[in-house]
Design a protein around this ligand. Structure first.
Ligand SMILES: C[S@@+](CC[C@H](N)C(=O)[O-])C[C@H]1O[C@@H](n2cnc3c(N)ncnc32)[C@H](O)[C@@H]1O
Length: 293
């Protein structure tokens, strides 16, 4: 039993190291995906966002998360748990001047470059693990985790830490992909896409949406609202093949060879698309919940 726990711990550590290397080396590539460095998928609204304008859809995802946090106007202290280059923070801070924000990431590259992009705004990126932060309990009014908790397998620990650092009545919004059924029930194609996706994007695993709700409840979150946003996200997922082709063509004309991590990232993007096509197995959800008082 003890040796199984040690093996699991070692595998978690290995995944974390790989994930940090991946983001240190491949984050720059995301400029190709989004000029605003949004490292997530988008949200499509008919007649509001155009399916051909990727950045508009990616920023709409930021907008949707902020609306659910209810911080588009009021004064609030926001934390972005797994903030990437701070794309969502910058969007939020530009939209609401009464906001201050902290982002956490494990990537040195993202801390350095992300803070440069934030220099005229009321936000800072720190190198911290969202599973064990240094913040005092009850610090933040709002927390968001956009496509970041998947790196820790949507774990109890991530939920517990978010709960701890939120003030009473504080809101958490998670936007991420989840399984619709247990890993063991996935068909051959879904399982293959899932394993390759986790491997190439250094995701610990994806939780099922039902288990995630149970984890949030068990931790003490209330008013848990789940939205299946798969069809909203799909148009931006369909940009993946075009983005890959464009990125590779750009690479062919560049003097720098494609990095190993960039190749890994491209393959990950392909498997994200492949997973997304298995709609009975995977879904993209936006979860909103509040810390009980
Ligand atoms: C796909 S990116 C999403 C970034 C950002 N949320 C966005 O939407 O642009 C995942 C982010 O999670 C961060 N991350 C993963 N595990 C983390 C951990 N344990 N602690 C802090 N950040 C973490 C990565 O460094 C990366 O910045």
């Amino acid at each position: 039993m003890k040796s199984t726990a040690i093996t699991l711990q070692k595998s978690l550590e290995k995944n974390k190291i790989e994930m940090v290397d991946f983001y240190n080396e491949a984050t720059e590539d995301y400029e190709f995906w989004s000029k605003d460095y949004n490292m997530h998928f988008g949200y499509y609204i008919p007649f509001k966002t155009c399916v051909f304008k990727r950045d508009a859809m990616l920023n709409e995802m930021n907008n949707q998360v902020l609306n659910r946090l209810d911080i588009t106007k009021r004064k609030a202290f926001l934390i972005d748990l797994g903030c990437g280059m701070g794309g969502s923070m910058r969007y939020a801070l530009k939209k609401n001047k009464n906001l201050s924000a902290i982002g956490v990431t494990l990537s040195n590259f993202q801390v350095k470059k992300g803070n440069e992009l934030l220099k005229d705004l009321n936000g800072t990126i720190l190198k911290e693990d969202y599973n064990h932060t240094s913040f005092a309990s009850n610090t933040f009014d709002s927390a968001m985790a956009i496509e970041s908790f998947c790196h820790s397998g949507h774990s109890d620990q991530s939920v517990k830490e978010a709960f701890r650092i939120l003030k009473p009545k504080g809101k958490l919004v998670i936007a991420d992909a989840f399984l619709k059924k247990d890993e063991t029930q996935l068909c051959y194609g879904s399982r293959l896409a899932y394993q390759k996706l986790c491997n190439h994007w250094s995701l610990e695993r994806l939780e099922t949406i039902d288990n995630m709700v149970q984890k949030l409840k068990k931790q003490g979150f209330s008013d848990i609202h789940i939205e299946d946003a798969s069809f909203r996200v799909a148009p931006s997922v369909l940009h993946v093949p075009f983005a890959i082709i464009g990125f590779v063509i750009k690479g062919l004309f560049s003097s720098n060879p494609l990095k190993r991590e960039s190749l890994h990232n491209l393959k990950g993007s392909f498997y994200a698309l492949a997973s997304g096509l298995h709609m009975k197995s995977f879904g993209y959800y936006i979860i909103t919940c509040s810390k009980k008082t």
